[in-house]
Structure formats: C-alpha cells, structure tokens
Design a protein. Structure first.
Length: 199
C-alpha cells in the first residue's frame, strides 16, 4: 500500500486537505484523531501522563485539559519530551493497526510533526501543506483565540517552513484562494493512484 505522509505547520490547512483527499476516495488516517483517542479516560496513555505530570492536566470532568497541556508543552521542552515519549508509541501502534485494516487505492497519514519527530520512515512520500507564517498566526488568533505572541511561540516549537519544504516530495499551496486546494488535491490524487498501481 502506497503511504503518503501529509504534514504542515500548525493552522496550515492540513485537515481541509485531508478531507479533500477523503472525498476523492483516498484512505485517510489522522494521527491527531488517534492522539485524542489514546488519551480518553481509562486509556493507559492518559494514566501515564497523569503519573508523569500530575492531576493538573485533567479537567473537573476527568478529561485531559488540552489547553493546559499545550501551555505546558510550549513553555517547557522537558515536559514536551516526557509527553512525546508517552504518546508517540501509543499513537504509532494505533496508526499501524488502522493502516493494516483499512483498504483503499493509497493511504494518507496525517502526521503534523512528521519532520520534527523524524517519522519519515513511516511513509513512501511526504506531502507538505504550505502557507505563509502570517496566515498561520492569523488563523490561530481567530480560530483558537491565541494572542499573537502565543501563536508565534507555537510556530517556533515546530520545524521551520524552509525545513518542511526541503523535506517535501509534493507541496500543496494553501493561500485561501477559492478552489485552489481542490484542484491541487485532484491532480495529486491522480498522480498517487498511478503510483499506487505500480507500487
């Protein structure tokens, strides 16, 4: 099965692109969704996080307080390393399980930190969704209510735009022009189907 790693900076439009690929018939597996599933109440990964970071990462309902966890990750690289060492193995195990089970002409793995986590070996090709950093900052402020400063800090914790583009086999430009994304996805869908037939 041909595996395409879909990545890009925060608020670059990865989810929108993934939905467009799904509408073209591609099998899409989103590691962000898996990341939410592995920290549901009762899951071993959530217990390990609480054990490592304390009960302050839980809301009053017993669910993971994502905003609090994200705040800690941005402020402390040691915490980030701890969280990644707990979550990444759980996420990758579930990713492989789903990939083996799901059919399709080819598979799109949505992996936001594909480059940063050195996960390139998981995929056959890397597809980067690219947009100007100013667009990312604006989206984070509008969508998530972040301040400009906190949005810029989020971008700083990720691979640079230049590094992502240098790692890319394919690039989708997302500058919010009407119809721009759909055309690019349709073209790549044809390309990936041809490649998958020879894979």
């Amino acid at each position: 099965m041909l595996r395409i790693g879909l990545t890009g900076g925060i608020a670059s439009g990865k989810s929108t692109v993934a939905e467009l690929f799904a509408s073209q018939g591609a099998t899409v597996i989103d590691t962000d969704r898996i990341a939410r599933e592995v920290v549901e109440p009762g899951m071993p990964a959530l217990a390990a996080l609480v054990n490592a970071l304390g009960g302050g990462i839980l809301g009053s309902d017993g669910l993971l307080d994502r905003k609090e966890l994200r705040r800690r990750l941005i402020e402390d690289t040691v915490t980030r390393g701890t969280v990644e060492s707990i979550l990444h193995p759980a996420i990758l195990t579930e990713l492989e399980r789903q990939a083996r089970r799901l059919p399709g002409p080819y598979q799109i793995f949505v992996i936001p930190l594909l480059i940063e986590g050195r996960r390139e070996h998981l995929v056959d090709r890397i597809l980067v969704v690219d947009c100007p950093e100013e667009v990312q900052i604006r989206r984070l402020m509008e969508r998530d209510g972040e301040t400009r400063e906190s949005a810029m800090r989020m971008l700083e914790t990720q691979a640079s735009r230049e590094l992502r583009l240098a790692s890319a086999d394919d690039v989708i430009i997302n500058e919010e022009l009407p119809g721009q994304l759909a055309g690019q996805v349709a073209k790549l869908n044809r390309k990936y189907r041809e490649m998958a037939a020879k894979h």
